[in-house]
Design a protein around this ligand. Structure first.
Ligand code: AR6
Length: 350
């Protein structure tokens, strides 16, 4: 799960480290800094007092005390003036130095808040762009589960403004879904059933991808019955499998395996499992992540999905978003994931 965007309070994140958007004194403050100190307890401030502050763009490590995270990595973002005072370079080095500190400690997971995007006034969309760029560059060469944690959901409205045609398509689906839910609720009421269905329907919409568990398909076994000879011979002539098509497409693209799974926002372990099993059955979002990494056309994406037993639907919000980006020729998985996140959909790869 290399980079995942989540809505949460960072103090609740169960990762090896969480990052604090601190100030140069490291003696606490408001915003995320205040929340982390409150949740970690007074021992955190005692340790911070021994560190002698921290310069803007740098990072210092303490223990996590009462937090779930074992470590807090304190970094100091720049105060935003007009974007012409080295703000981007300083903000980038906050992420780079925090990731480096985590890697030096041998950590495998880390959560970041949106550094500088609160009291320090960095424009939110710009701050997101810098964060995603530095983290994804880092993940090109390192393995780590990185979470970018958004506290207030309303700040993440980029997709609605940036892709108005997409917003329209999704609105149409939502209206159709709403109508279906309402009429099902009416029907259930008339039949004296409870409205649990509504809740369930909403959940299954948002988490549709999670339901199709990743698994190895059982190998076809020989059929003993004489009248199943035809079936047996068909099974022997199975078409190219998902794994076979994936490996072929990687070869054709000239990419290295590691380049491909990193572009797909996937980790090495999952890729090795797929590589070593010709009949591997991936989750739908894993298959889609590879389609994006390999810059497959819509037809090729459909073909790859079909091999894993899936299709792109016109009435599913995630599918409409992914189809939209493929049609536009946008194959940056992080840009697509931002839109999926914005519409409360499960992200690709992660
Ligand atoms: N979990 C996740 N994100 C949070 C949380 C939380 N609990 N609380 C706030 N945010 P800010 P800065 C988000 O102001 O801009 C402090 O006083 C918030 O919505 O905390 O780097 C320090 O001591 C925003 O998106 O940090 C410094 O003096 C992001 O975290 C100064 O503020 C950063 O907002 C640092 O300012």
């Amino acid at each position: 799960m290399p980079l995942t965007l989540v809505r949460n309070d960072i103090t609740k994140m169960d990762t090896d480290a969480i990052v604090n958007a601190a100030n140069e004194s490291l003696l606490g403050g408001g915003g995320v800094d205040g929340a982390i100190h409150r949740a970690a307890g007074p021992e955190l401030l005692s340790e911070c007092k021994t560190l002698g502050g921290c310069k803007t763009g740098e990072a210092k490590v303490t223990k996590g005390y009462r937090l779930k995270a074992r470590y807090v990595i304190h970094t100091v973002g720049p105060v935003y003036r007009d974007g012409k005072h080295g703000e981007e370079a300083l903000l980038s080095s906050c992420y780079t130095n925090s990731l480096k500190a985590a890697a030096d400690l041998g950590l495998t997971s880390i959560s970041f808040p949106l550094i500088s995007a609160g009291a320090y006034g960095y424009p939110e969309q710009e701050a997101i762009r810098v964060a995603v760029k530095v983290i994804s560059d880092f993940l090109e060469t390192r393995e780590m589960d990185v979470y970018l944690v958004f506290f207030i959901s309303s700040i993440f409205q980029k997709s609605h403004e940036q892709y108005p045609e997409l917003a329209e398509k999704i609105e149409r689906i939502s209206l159709t879904e709403e109508k279906a839910v309402l009429s099902e609720t009416k029907r259930r009421k008339a039949a004296g059933k409870n409205s649990f269905f509504v809740y369930n329907a909403m959940l299954s919409g948002a988490h549709a991808f999670r339901e199709d568990a990743e698994q190895a398909e059982p190998l076809p076994t020989a059929c003993a019955e004489a009248d199943s000879a035809d079936l047996a011979s068909r099974l022997k002539e199975l078409d190219e499998s998902f794994t076979e098509m994936l490996l072929r497409k990687i070869d054709e693209s000239g990419m290295k395996d590691s380049e491909c799974y990193k572009k797909a926002n996937l980790d090495r372990k999952l890729f090795s499992k797929i590589r070593s099993n010709t009949h591997y059955r991936p989750k739908k979002n894993t298959a889609l992540a590879f389609a994006i990494a390999l810059r497959l056309s819509l037809a090729e994406t459909e073909e790859l999905l079909k091999k894993a037993g899936f299709a792109l639907s016109e009435s599913n919000v995630s599918d409409v978003i992914i189809r939209y980006f493929i049609e536009k020729g946008v194959y940056d998985i992080f840009e697509i994931n931002e839109a999926l996140f914005d519409y409360d959909q499960v992200q690709l790869g992660a």
